[in-house]
Design a protein around this ligand. Structure first.
Ligand SMILES: [Zn+2]
Length: 246
């Protein structure tokens, strides 16, 4: 039997199995936290289904708790799930190798509907003002093949992405925070957005995006920048699709 198969068939939790295979310095959830993360991930997916994909991007933590408490289709957050969300929002992510700046101070941050525009056919929002005008200019400068793939994300949305990533990485928070900013550290909460090519799906979030004509055109524009280039100081992977609003 291969070492990998041996570990996954004999060790009880994926957290433990993965721990033995990955980088020794990576930080993992405890087994208790892992259990809470699994149930929290499912609850957040039920919440997303309930409020709708687009709305899920902007709902506040307070609204999420309200919906969960009042609708049995979602079910109230457990005390441990609340503690885990609180920890993931408030802890210092430096220990995971993430060094970006904090963009959101309060877990109860509100995104007001008067401050955002819903972008048709995308399921996403952009902040009015600079982000929205940058996006409009991008579409006219780069062309109609470009599309918004992620815009405004309030705390619950960023938490859900982060939690889902930790889940797929078997509890490895170090690796997760390399590809999804921790919930208080996303520029999506204050300005930035992601673009991709229509019809490209998941490939838009790979380095392949950097090989496209659309990307080359974007690099010539002076009103936007690339937030996470190769070897950025934040400890975030190369994200050619992530537009920095200046
Ligand atoms: Zn992004």
């Amino acid at each position: 039997m291969k070492r990998r198969d041996f570990l996954f068939t004999t060790v009880l939790t994926p957290v433990f199995a993965k721990k033995l295979l990955a980088n020794e310095t990576d930080v993992y959830l405890s087994n208790e936290e892992w259990k809470n993360l699994v149930s929290l991930n499912l609850r957040l997916k039920r919440l997303r289904r309930f409020v709708g994909y687009a709305n899920f991007n902007i709902i506040s933590y307070t609204s999420a708790l309200y919906y969960a408490r009042n609708y049995s289709k979602i079910g109230d957050f457990t005390k441990n799930e609340l503690l885990l969300m609180d920890k993931l929002f408030h802890e210092n992510p430096n220990k995971y190798g993430f060094f970006g700046i904090k963009t959101c101070m309060h877990i109860e941050n509100e995104v007001l509907s008067k401050d955002v525009s819903k972008i048709p056919y995308t399921g996403h929002y952009l902040f009015k003002g600079q982000p929205e005008s940058d996006y409009k200019n991008l579409l006219s400068d780069v062309g109609p093949t470009l599309v918004l793939t992620s815009g405004v994300r309030n705390v619950i949305k960023q938490l859900s992405l982060y939690i889902n990533k930790i889940y797929y990485l078997h509890g490895n928070v170090t690796e997760a925070s390399n590809s999804i900013a921790p919930p208080a550290y996303s520029y999506h909460t204050i300005s930035d957005f992601d673009v991709g090519i229509k019809g490209w799906g998941y490939k838009n979030f790979t380095a392949d995006f950097a090989t496209t004509d659309e990307f080359y055109k974007m690099r010539t524009l002076d009103y936007i920048s690339m937030r996470y280039d190769e070897n950025n100081n934040d400890g975030v992977r190369f994200e050619p699709w992530h537009v920095e609003v200046l």
